[in-house]
Design a protein around this ligand. Sequence first.
Ligand code: TYD
Length: 216
Amino acid sequence: MAASFITFEGLDGSGKSTHLKRAAEWMRAGGLEVRCTHEPGGTPLGDAIRGLFLDPRWESVEPRVEALLVFASRRQHLHELVEPALRAGVNVLCDRFTDSSLAYQGIGRGLARPWLEELDRLATDGRRPDRTLLFDLPAETARGRGQSPKRRQREGGLDRFDALDLAFYRRVRDGFLDLARDDPERFLIIDSSGDVESTWAQVEVAMGQIVKVRAS
Ligand code: TYD
């Protein structure tokens, strides 16, 4: 079976990163080769762009600049990591991809969809993941988790997106749900408003629909 490119999307604090790691372990235990990665970043150049992208010093980054930065990182990521891994038969689990740009820079920041789609075409040739897990929960709940003192301590301070208001995150959530509604073949919606185990139970079912693992 060809390797799969699977993305994990959702608001900051939705639990997608925790479940991505667990899904990778689950796949490995089932005999599959997996590479975990993330955006913005995933390569040395991409991680340098990520540093710029999230740096709270540039309080008001012009929205198109924000999009150009993240798509520059994405192009390098596809070229250097994602496509070679898939060609080598390794499954790729990616924490965020173009859907984040459509939701955050498009719906959140208000950039026009055709402009973003053109940029996507130039940067990625319209590359889409095979399947996408959307971790959905109310923006209030995600904000509560995303800015917990534990997380702040772990990550050494707030980034540019942590400082945005609830209305922005509500728009982004709705943006993700619209994307999922428009592409039901690709998206699987995970209700991540509950505890870790109830979310994982859904992720395990979803992953079972996407990949074939060896029975343990
Ligand atoms: P992420 O790594 O998921 O956040 P964290 O590790 O802090 O949980 O993403 C960092 C931020 O970048 C997040 O707030 C969303 C934003 N982002 C965009 O605005 N557009 C994009 O295309 C991507 C990939 C991320």
